[in-house]
Ligand binder design. Structure first.
Ligand code: HEM
Length: 155
């Protein structure tokens, strides 16, 4: 089995990983609000693992496939590209924020951890949820006429 055999499945798996990460982040937040520190930690570490797998898969996919043109026309285009660009830019911003948030938690600094985490959490949630919306728009609401990977494997 080569990378090209799994590429067609990757956008679906990536959207699923984003949805799982968003669910874990919501759950982790609910847990810390009810003072369940152990469950909060488990949810957040799991979200970190899921998002790391997502990022590795996302980078591999785009390295291999490049850009899949968006088929939507008219009013949906500015909405789609605003979502897509904000998703990409915030993904870059989120990485150091997540590192700092986890660093303070790992050090047991629970004065600084929540201060940073209150910014990290909404950014991370936005990335996960916008990722799912971008996927739904690009692959289901306005499905591609030609999938880029089909042209790659036949060339
Ligand atoms: C990057 C992942 C994480 C995020 C986004 C996150 C998010 C948050 C947020 C938003 C709060 C503040 C909740 C509030 O508004 O009161 C918080 C508090 C807390 N977090 Fe995390 N957290 C993460 C990882 C961890 C880990 C790995 C641990 C365990 C080692 C942990 C332990 C705690 C504790 C103990 C508090 C409560 C601090 C207090 O006494 O106010 N967190 N976290």
């Amino acid at each position: 089995m080569s990378l090209f055999d799994v590429i067609p499945y990757m956008p679906h798996v990536q959207a699923f990983l984003n949805a799982v990460a968003a669910t874990l982040l919501f759950a982790g937040y609910r847990y810390i609000k009810s003072s369940n520190r152990e469950a909060h930690k488990k949810c957040m570490v799991s979200a970190l693992i899921v998002s790391t797998i997502f990022l590795a898969s996302y980078l591999t996919y785009h390295e291999a496939v490049g850009y899949q043109p968006f088929e939507g026309q008219g009013w949906i285009r500015p909405i789609y590209f605003t979502l897509l660009f904000s998703h990409i830019i915030l993904s870059g911003v989120a990485v150091p924020m997540i590192v700092v948030t986890v660093f303070y938690a790992a050090k047991g600094n629970f004065t600084k951890h929540p201060r940073v985490a209150r910014w990290t959490l909404p950014v991370w949630l936005y990335i996960s949820i916008s990722g799912v919306i971008v996927y739904l728009l690009a692959f289901h609401v306005y499905p591609p006429e030609v999938f880029v990977w089909e042209t790659l494997s036949s060339s």
